[in-house]
Design a protein. Structure first.
Length: 356
């Protein structure tokens, strides 16, 4: 897909949008930008919009013009002679790929004033590739710029991080996602509400689901969007039991949790077993965060249609305990994304969460 102009993409929070617009008023792009944010929050879309804006000959704070000689070179597939995109292949970015884009830097840009390398999921650079990238960032070829994306900045080595200008994308409230979907899609209200709740405030993700649901036959089996949504529904049903489940059920719940996460593997985002489990734990984090937010009348909930089950959890465990649990879940997620044994970590976690 061709890049969208900056002004046409959903960017939250508003301060980030303003900051980016100001950046576009300068004569040169930052040497390296790192865009961080959760899945589906719009990192890839923004990376392309920014590259397109800087490459354009008639750039404005609203983004690229879509008509100049440089903009005309964008293919329907979103390729451009002055852009290279590196992504994990299949689950790592290797040194050869980094060397290749480094060699590409020896040539002058084809048509644009600047060349860009977009490095998606930069946290997947293997150590050798990360070192090679660092060398390029330290002594970049002229008119040669990088945009990196990653789920969180602390997943990158500090030496790379220190060379990047960091852009942190936030999420929209559930209601904001719902309203946006409602304007665009002709789907039942409860479906839209479910998509908004599951989107974690990542509009791009909710839109992708809605597009698939709208285009797919309602009864079609093996539809990846449908199975992803079903898996998420299973997860939420599982979390809803935590307010009542006894300690004996911890291992069973851990097992069901891992099974539901298995259904999140692959799919349009090509998740590995570990990233699928990590995603499941992110939803669990949101669930606990919501249970804490119940105490604050002005706080907004993600799972607005599950107030009763959230109250049950809040009734059972004190706020201090649930705060501690939040940290335990975050720790478990980090361990899973490292190399820890998924069964041991999840069993240990649910035993801790169901303490008597
Ligand atoms: Zn242009």
């Amino acid at each position: 897909m061709k890049p969208l102009p900056l002004a046409e993409i959903a960017i939250a929070p508003e301060t980030v949008r303003r900051g980016l617009k100001r950046t576009l008023e300068r004569s040169d792009p930052p040497q390296s930008i790192l865009i961080v944010g959760s899945a589906g929050v719009g990192k890839r879309t923004l990376a392309r919009a920014l590259a397109a804006a800087w490459m354009c000959l008639r750039r404005t704070p609203a983004g690229h013009c879509q008509t100049c000689a440089v903009c005309q070179k964008w293919s329907e597939a979103g390729e451009h002679p002055d852009l290279r995109v590196l992504k994990p292949d299949p689950d790592q970015i290797k040194i050869d790929a980094v060397r290749e884009v480094r060699q590409w830097g020896a040539f002058a840009p084809a048509v644009a004033p600047f060349r860009f390398v977009i490095l998606e999921e930069a946290q997947r650079l293997n150590p050798a590739a990360a070192n090679a990238l660092l060398k390029t960032l330290e002594e970049p070829p002229p008119r040669y710029h990088f945009i990196l994306t990653a789920p969180a900045s602390d997943l990158l080595i500090p030496t790379i991080l220190s060379r990047c200008r960091i852009v942190r994308l936030g999420t929209l409230p559930t209601e904001g996602v719902y309203n946006h979907l409602k304007q665009r899609f002709n789907l039942p209200d409860d479906t839209l509400q479910m998509l908004a709740e599951f989107s974690e405030g990542a509009l791009g993700r909710a839109i992708r689901w809605a597009e698939h649901l709208q285009s797919a036959e309602p009864t079609s089996k093996g539809n990846p969007t449908r199975s992803e949504l079903e898996a998420l529904q299973q997860l939420i049903a599982l979390f809803a039991r935590l307010g009542q489940a006894s300690l004996d059920e911890a291992l069973r719940i851990a097992y069901e949790f891992r099974e539901a996460c298995k259904a999140l593997e692959g799919g349009p985002e090509e998740r590995s077993a570990r990233t699928a489990l990590a995603l499941g734990l992110e939803y669990l984090l949101l669930w606990y965060r919501d249970s804490l937010a119940l105490d604050y009348p002005t706080a907004t909930l993600r799972f607005t249609s599950h107030r009763d089950e959230l109250r049950q959890l809040a009734h059972r465990f004190k706020p201090t305990e649930r705060l501690q649990d939040l940290m335990r879940i975050a720790e478990a997620r980090r361990a899973i994304l490292g190399n820890a044994n998924a069964q041991i970590i999840t069993e240990h976690l649910f035993i801790q969460l169901l303490r008597v």
